[in-house]
Write a protein that binds this ligand. Structure first.
Ligand code: AMP
Ligand code: ZN
Length: 140
């Protein structure tokens, strides 16, 4: 995707709306429009780089600051690792094989509890299926 019709370039420059939680000269961070967890933030460099595979060595300082910013935002959002089973996940999808949908590099930030939430939703879904089946049997 070219820089001109890139949604994350447009969000970074303010041409498209987003729920920004952080902004400086180099990065923006905003809530994912389709959150996988109650806290799901995307940390995006303002520089348009398509994928991690397009990065060169000269991008390493930027990538380092991006990961550092994820750690700082996790602290601000209250999902940092503070012992026990606390903590968060940082994901950078790369290419179609890596599940990347938006071709402007970004890091996802989820609390560790997101996995628990996914299992919780799956359990509710299975529960609904079973109860529908049982109701069907009763009505026969
Ligand atoms: P990825 O699969 O790593 O490329 O993830 C792209 C993410 O961007 C997905 O989780 C989408 O829900 C999210 N996304 C797409 N469009 C927007 C948008 N306009 N504002 C916020 N998040 C978005
Ligand atoms: Zn872009």
């Amino acid at each position: 995707m070219s820089q001109d019709n890139c949604i994350f370039c447009k969000i970074a420059s303010g041409q498209l709306p987003s729920t920004k939680i952080y902004e400086d000269d180099e990065f923006v961070a905003f809530n994912d429009i389709n959150p996988a967890a109650p806290v799901h933030v995307l940390v995006v460099p303002c520089k348009h780089i398509e994928t991690l595979s397009h990065c060169t060595e000269s991008d390493s300082p930027l990538l380092g600051r991006m990961v550092g910013l994820v750690g700082c935002l996790a602290k601000d959002l209250g999902v940092s690792y503070t012992g026990g089973d606390t903590g968060f996940r940082t994901v950078i999808n790369t290419g179609p094989g890596g599940g990347q949908e938006v071709y402007h590099i970004h890091a996802h930030l989820w609390p560790a509890s997101a996995r628990g939430a996914e299992w919780g939703n799956a359990a509710i879904f299975i529960g609904i299926l079973l109860s529908n089946e049982m109701l069907g049997e009763q009505n026969q």
